[in-house]
Ligand binder design. Structure first.
Ligand code: FAD
Ligand code: FES
Length: 272
């Protein structure tokens, strides 16, 4: 069992958990994730390790979108999670690239945060752009500010930062002459696709973190197959980060929608 030592909401439906998992906390690197199962009957779901500390805790940040994530978000400090397996996946490629733009959309900011920290520690100039529908849904603004040389905040309704999409800020930045050496974009698939469309014609290396359905997280079940550069890859062992300009986003969206009816049914049962 993995005890929860802290649990608090960062935004409506988005909750931060610190969980005692010393072995994972020691080994984890930016970009890696865990697969958790709340109890013996639970579904396995992947969640990024947003942070870790010297006391052996890992931080995960969870957006309640369906049955398991909403169930998880009812847990409090003092509760426990049955299984936490990890760290899984390839760590982010972190080097001294120069100027790195880190883009987080919605809960994608939590997934981008550890890599932003690692990029800064590697000596890069980190410019972060975070976006959300509105002020209430913005997360980790202070943490991103601390790890970035520059932070741009975008909201769809203009209730915080500048009104518009993260891609507007990126486009404007490039047009104003900022030389961008690398982009990391993590968020909803349409957002990652839009970022890729901005950087591809300018040949700016761009990395996205893919979110296909994962089951075992070890390359055995084939659930997380994605098409990258015309080749089938498993996001759990080959990724989750890939070259955005090579990703087939249509295939990713189609595969993620495969179980929509069953997911809606599971959520209806959970809400009863
Ligand atoms: P469901 O109703 O079952 O599904 C809702 C949607 O979530 C689905 O349409 C599907 O796209 C996705 N999903 C469902 N089951 C899975 C699954 N087993 N694996 C992957 N996606 C699934 N979310 C966060 O809030 N915070 C994170 O840090 C985070 N990190 C992730 C890291 C990786 C590598 C991946 C692949 C996904 C990550 N996610 C994260 C997404 C999270 O795993 C899904 O939101 C969660 O599995 C949904 O489960 P559910 O039962 O609540 O919802
Ligand atoms: Fe099973 Fe990746 S989750 S192969």
């Amino acid at each position: 069992m993995f005890p929860i030592v802290e649990a608090r909401f960062l935004a409506p439906d988005v909750k931060l958990f610190r969980i005692q998992a010393p072995r994972i906390a020691r080994k984890r690197r930016a970009g890696q994730f865990v697969i958790i199962r709340i109890d013996q009957h639970g579904e396995r779901i992947p969640l990024t390790i947003a942070d870790s500390d010297r006391d052996g805790n890992i931080t995960i940040i969870v957006q309640g979108v369906g049955k398991t994530t909403r169930w998880l978000n009812t847990l409090e400090s003092g509760d426990s999670i049955r299984d936490v397996v990890g760290p899984l996946g390839e760590p982010s490629e972190v080097e001294s690239f120069g100027t790195v733009v880190v883009i987080g959309g919605g809960v994608g900011t939590a997934i981008a945060y550890p890599t932003a920290v690692a990029m800064k520690q590697a000596g890069n100039r980190v410019i972060s752009i975070i976006g959300a529908r509105d002020r209430e849904r913005l997360i980790l603004q202070d943490a991103m500010q601390q790890t970035s040389d520059e932070l741009h905040v975008m909201t769809d309704d203009g209730s915080a930062g500048t009104q518009g999409f993260v891609t507007d800020a990126l486009d404007q930045m490039i047009q104003s002459g900022v030389v961008v050496d690398r982009v990391l974009a993590i968020g909803p698939v349409p957002m990652m696709r839009a970022v890729s469309a901005v950087t591809k014609p300018r040949q700016i290396p761009t990395i996205v973190s893919l979110n296909p359905i994962m089951v075992d997280g070890t390359g055995m079940c084939g659930g997380c197959r994605v098409l990258v550069g015309g080749r089938a890859r498993f996001a759990c062992v080959d990724g989750p980060e890939f070259d955005a300009h090579e990703v087939d986003f249509d295939v990713l969206m189609k595969r993620n929608n495969l179980y929509r009816d069953q997911e809606a049914e599971a959520l209806r049962e959970f809400n009863k």
